[in-house]
Design a protein around this ligand. Structure first.
Ligand code: ATP
Length: 306
């Protein structure tokens, strides 16, 4: 069980290749391995074109990898499933349905035998959870962009997916709405122990939301360079996060990667780098604590003279 939980999502040597117009193939990435434990919030960061959306689509079952496989909870993915809910940048709501209708449609697809009252109750509960109580009977066209994205989030969470997949879900929103929605998603996912894989270009968003941040090198032939364990405390709060002693340590590490190492990593791989086990990097006080734990104490009998 512990082994299944630590490999809840297991990406095993996947590749994405496309035929070139002029002949031959372009390899966007290959031999990509990654494990995500149950209940973890993981962000994937990398430059445009490195294949982040392709990885997410493969996880969603919307694309088939050119090689390799993805195992979720012990089962290989073979197509889309209600076990894996996706929130895209655009909300993709059904325009002719109300807020309640959009969420209820997902709920009744998930629990086909559920009665109307049960579907209604569950849908309303999730609509309230994302702060849209009172807007149940509005149509998407009557909502702001932020409200539509909230409906998308309610719809995804209402089906209690094993995995929540998000592709830059907040990037089209204004800064204030983005912040509020990040807070809500974080609150809900932390409270429910939701396993999440999210793509973002925003380093600060990743530091605020993620337990681990996966760094992808530039494409083509992109690789997972490393996985950064977020050193900030789980109970971090947006307004004070930048005052934490580790905040700029992790931020600078991520920015350095994006500015230079994402380009040079392929030619300057650290000794012992193994794509099957991308290194988990600990930074700041977490790194110091790990170092201390590895320090061999003097034997109790040792004296200064020994
Ligand atoms: N159907 C396709 N045929 C050929 N090439 C494709 C196809 N779909 C995607 N690609 C290429 O695959 C690469 C990776 O695309 P993908 O959208 O996964 O990258 P990304 O890292 O998510 O980029 P962005 O951050 O810009 O969204 C891109 O270079 C893209 O042009």
């Amino acid at each position: 069980m512990a082994e299944i939980d630590s490999k809840f999502i297991s990406i095993e040597g996947i590749a994405r290749r496309y035929p070139k117009r002029e002949g031959g193939v372009t390899t966007i990435f290959e031999n990509l391995w990654l494990q995500v434990p149950r209940g973890e919030f993981v962000c994937i960061i990398g430059h445009s074109g490195c294949g982040k959306t392709s990885v997410l689509n493969i996880l969603a079952g919307l694309e088939t990898p050119s090689d390799g496989a993805v195992i979720v909870d012990g089962q290989a993915i073979s197509g889309p499933s209600l076990d894996r809910a996706v929130i895209f940048q655009g909300h993709a709501l059904l325009p002719w349905r109300t807020v309640l209708g959009n969420v209820a449609y997902a709920v009744s697809s998930r629990w086909r035998k559920a009665g109307k009252a049960e579907v209604d109750e569950r849908s309303r509960r999730f609509i309230e959870l994302v702060g849209l109580k009172g807007s149940e009977l509005k149509k998407p066209a009557e909502l702001s962009g932020g409200m539509r994205q909230r409906v998308g989030i309610a719809r995804a969470l209402s089906i209690e997916p094993k995995i929540l997949l998000m592709d830059e879900p907040f990037s089209a929103l204004d800064a204030l709405t983005r912040g509020t929605l990040q807070d809500e998603v974080r609150r809900i996912c932390t409270a429910t122990g939701q396993t999440v894989v999210m793509i973002t270009h925003d380093v600060d968003e990743a530091i605020y939301l993620a337990d681990k941040i996966v760094l992808m090198t530039n494409g083509p032939e992109a690789m997972v360079a490393e996985v950064v364990a977020n050193p900030l405390p789980k109970d971090r709060v947006r307004d004070s996060i930048h005052r934490h002693e580790d905040y700029y340590v992790v931020r600078n590490h991520l920015v350095d990667f994006l500015v230079s190492r994402s380009r040079t990593f392929r030619d300057e791989k650290p000794a012992g780098y193994d794509p099957r086990r991308p290194p988990i990097v600990k930074l700041g006080s977490a790194a110091q604590a790990a170092e201390m734990a590895n320090t061999i104490p003097f034997p109790a009998t040792a004296s200064a003279r020994d």
